[in-house]
Design a protein around this ligand. Structure first.
Ligand code: ATP
Length: 150
């Protein structure tokens, strides 16, 4: 029996639909959620959400948030979340470099240093998700229609 799932971030509905299982990075470890799960509320660590449906797996990043589970519904309120195909790899790479520079420049335990650590973690999760879970594309197709030479 499927469970209804909603992944909501601060700025949009990332995904909603029926899932056979949803695996989230709970505060005290990975949690696999099936229909008829006991109600619970948990915070989420930055990591990966796996949605299994019809034998297929979909992967979303989550940078933190909360999950509310009811027997028929799982709601993930994410600080930020992207499906693995939505991640802009170059942007994440730039965010990683910026955070690493800031870590070098700022004294430990300052607010800026802690913010840089969190930014580095977000960037690493996105880069790791792309590397591990983005479907490999075939030969690159040139964007735009071929020129009509007729
Ligand atoms: P950046 O410095 O690149 O903005 P960030 O880690 O500070 O990265 P967040 O605050 O986590 O960004 O997210 C802000 C918004 O931007 C969210 O909607 C998030 O989904 C989106 N976002 C952040 N980084 C990426 C990325 N690399 N690819 C696609 N969307 C992203």
């Amino acid at each position: 029996m499927p469970i209804h799932c909603e992944i909501v971030s601060q700025d949009r509905m990332v995904w909603s639909g029926e899932a056979d299982m949803v695996v989230v990075p709970g505060a005290s470890g990975e949690m696999g959620i099936l229909a008829n799960h006991a109600p619970l509320l948990s915070t989420l660590k930055p990591g990966i959400i796996k949605v299994v449906r019809d034998g297929q797996e979909d992967y979303y990043t989550v940078t933190g948030g909360v999950v509310e589970v009811r027997p028929d519904k799982v709601t993930i309120l994410a600080d930020a979340s992207e499906h693995v195909t939505e991640i802009d790899e170059r942007r994440a790479e730039e965010a990683r470099k910026r955070a690493e520079e800031l870590l070098k420049k700022t004294p430990p335990s300052t607010a800026e240093h802690l913010a840089a650590q969190a930014a580095l973690q977000r960037a690493r999760i996105r880069l790791d998700a792309v590397r591990r879970f983005r479907p490999k594309s075939g030969p690159q197709i040139q964007s735009g229609a071929p020129e009509d030479k007729g």
